[in-house]
Structures are given as structure tokens and as C-alpha cells.
Design a protein around this ligand. Structure first.
Ligand code: URC
Length: 295
């Protein structure tokens, strides 16, 4: 007989928005996120013998996402994920794992005539803040991150000394364009409880701000010898900045900008040190990943 060796189910792409109002000052804070919540546990019979008595409907899971967003703070997302996961464990004995993915979109406060506006915001970038939570009765495993931060530097990047064999056509370069879309994440030491997550609220926000700052500062200021070396530097600094984390992961596509030889037109010089007009490539791209752990 075949058996169910792994299963999880729930609601994906649940879009949630929340306004937090400070009644005294009239200042609003807004949060928009997309939530995925998948349950694991003693649910095999729902697959093998159509036993729906073990199924919390995905529609109810969606409703729970809304209700928990009303009852609790949704910031930081690590804490909201902990509340949401714990709810299912507290409510259903047969549920043993709650997997929650959260993607938070940017709504940045407008500055009008030099003053922060109390309730108006704009989308200043497509990068997101992310959380992956695995909530169990043994503890809460959290991976926080940032995704889709598109960056480019027009110099200060080189790539030479790599393997040359019969398949190599790429010339060595001491000055190239470097562009990537940053996906970075950091894995927290397992938390024993929601109360422990509540205590760590400031660290969650600080780690995200530090990771974004470290990523941009290193990208901008370093003379990059390769994507590999640059991402290792970034990851090491995040480990230093966030002592409660165990490892940091980066995944960086290398978005290529090709030089164009325009010599066919009146001998125009547009390569090497004369390169100004380039052809951005959408594909293929390099893809370079690393996981850096604390020694
Ligand atoms: O920084 C880089 N790392 C590579 O591994 C690589 N490979 C390549 O073709 N270009 C680059 N650039």
C-alpha cells in the first residue's frame, strides 16, 4: 500500500492590510502583507480515506489570518507569524506544525513640505521583507529576510583569475557593471515560545534594518572582486550585527550588462575604458548562493 510520507495544506496568497491608528497624535502606520499558512499533523486520513473530520478548511485558515491580524500586532511579521502559528497548535491537538510565509510590501511615509505626513504613503521599491516560520510544540523556527532589492553599480566591480579552459570565452575584466536583485535571509536560534518572540521584537526589526544597510553599504563601497566574495562579506557582517541568528543566506542573480562594439559606425569607440552604452540582458543570468554559519 502506498502511504502519505509528507503532507501539508492551507491557504496561500492571503492579502492582508492593517491600519494602526495613534488616537492621540492622529498618526497612522500601515502594513500590507501576503500570507501563506500551511498545516501539518495527523491529517493523512483526509488524503487516504477522504476523512474530512481532520480538515480545518482552508477557508477557515484564511479567516484565522484576518482575525489574528485584528487581535494582535502585525509588526514585526516574525511576531505575528508566531501568534498565528501558536493559535492552531493551541486549538487543534492533531495539528503539530504550522508553516507560515509572510511577504511584507513597502509603504513608505510621504514627506510633504519637509514634514512626515500622518497618513499618506508611497511605494518606494518592490523589495519586500519576508518571514518563514515553522511553529511547533517544540519551539518556533524563524527565518527572516529581504527579497527583490534591485541594485546596480556602474564601476567598482571586477572579475578575473577564474578558470580558463576550452569552453571559456568570457574576457577577464577589472571594471564592469554589477547588478543584482538581493535575496538575503537570516535564521534565528529556535525560540521556545511566543513569549520569547515577544521579547525579541526589537531584534527582529533591527536585524532587517541592519541587513538592508549592510547590503547596500558593502555593495556600494567595496571594490568587488566577485559576487561570491562580496556576498560572503555581507553575510559575515549580518552575523556580527545580529547575535541571535545562527546563519545568513544570500542568493544573488548576476544581471549582466554587455558591452556593445559600435566600431562599425564611423569607428566609434564603445568598449573597454570607452564603454558607455551597454545592452542589459534579461537572461541568462548567473545565480550565486551562499549560506554562512557562525563558527
Ligand atoms: O562575480 C562573478 N562570479 C562568477 O562566478 C561569474 N561567472 C561569470 O561568468 N561571471 C561571474 N561573476
Amino acid at each position: 500500500m502506498p502511504h502519505v510520507s509528507a503532507a501539508r495544506y492551507g491557504k496561500d496568497n492571503v492579502r492582508v492590510y492593517k491600519t494602526d491608528r495613534d488616537e492621540k497624535t492622529g498618526v497612522h502606520n500601515v502594513t500590507e502583507m501576503v500570507v501563506c499558512c500551511l498545516l501539518e499533523g495527523e491529517i493523512e486520513t483526509s488524503y487516504t480515506v477522504a476523512d474530512n473530520s481532520v480538515v480545518v478548511a482552508t477557508d477557515s485558515i484564511k479567516n484565522t489570518i484576518y482575525i489574528k491580524a485584528k487581535e494582535h500586532p502585525v509588526n514585526p511579521p516574525e511576531l505575528y507569524a508566531s501568534y498565528l502559528g501558536q493559535h492552531f497548535l493551541d486549538t487543534y491537538k492533531h495539528i503539530s506544525v504550522v508553516n507560515i510565509d509572510i511577504t511584507v510590501k513597502r509603504w513608505t511615509r510621504m514627506v510633504i513640505d519637509g514634514k512626515e505626513h500622518p497618513h499618506s504613503f508611497y511605494r518606494d521599491g518592490d523589495d519586500t521583507r519576508t518571514v518563514e516560520a515553522r511553529v511547533t510544540r517544540e519551539g518556533i523556527k524563524l527565518k527572516s529576510g529581504m527579497a527583490g532589492l534591485l541594485v546596480l553599480k556602474s564601476t567598482g566591480s571586477a572579475f578575473h583569475g577564474f578558470v580558463r579552459d576550452e569552453f571559456t570565452t568570457l574576457p577577464e575584466t577589472w571594471d564592469r557593471i554589477l547588478s543584482t536583485s538581493v535575496d538575503a535571509s537570516w535564521v534565528w536560534n529556535t525560540l521556545p515560545s511566543v513569549a520569547a518572540a515577544e521579547k525579541q521584537v526589537a531584534q527582529f526589526d533591527k536585524a532587517w534594518a541592519d541587513a538592508r544597510r549592510i547590503t547596500m553599504k558593502t555593495f556600494a563601497e567595496e571594490d568587488s572582486p566577485s559576487v561570491q566574495a562580496t556576498m560572503y562579506k555581507m553575510a559575515s557582517q549580518i552575523l556580527d550585527a545580529a547575535p541571535e541568528t545562527a546563519k545568513v543566506l544570500y542568493a544573488l542573480p548576476n544581471k549582466h550588462y554587455f558591452e556593445i562594439n559600435l566600431a562599425w559606425h564611423k569607428g566609434i569607440k564603445n568598449t573597454g575604458k570607452d564603454a558607455e552604452v551597454y545592452a542589459p540582458q534579461s537572461d541568462p543570468n548567473g545565480l550565486i548562493k551562499v549560506e554562512v554559519s557562525r563558527s
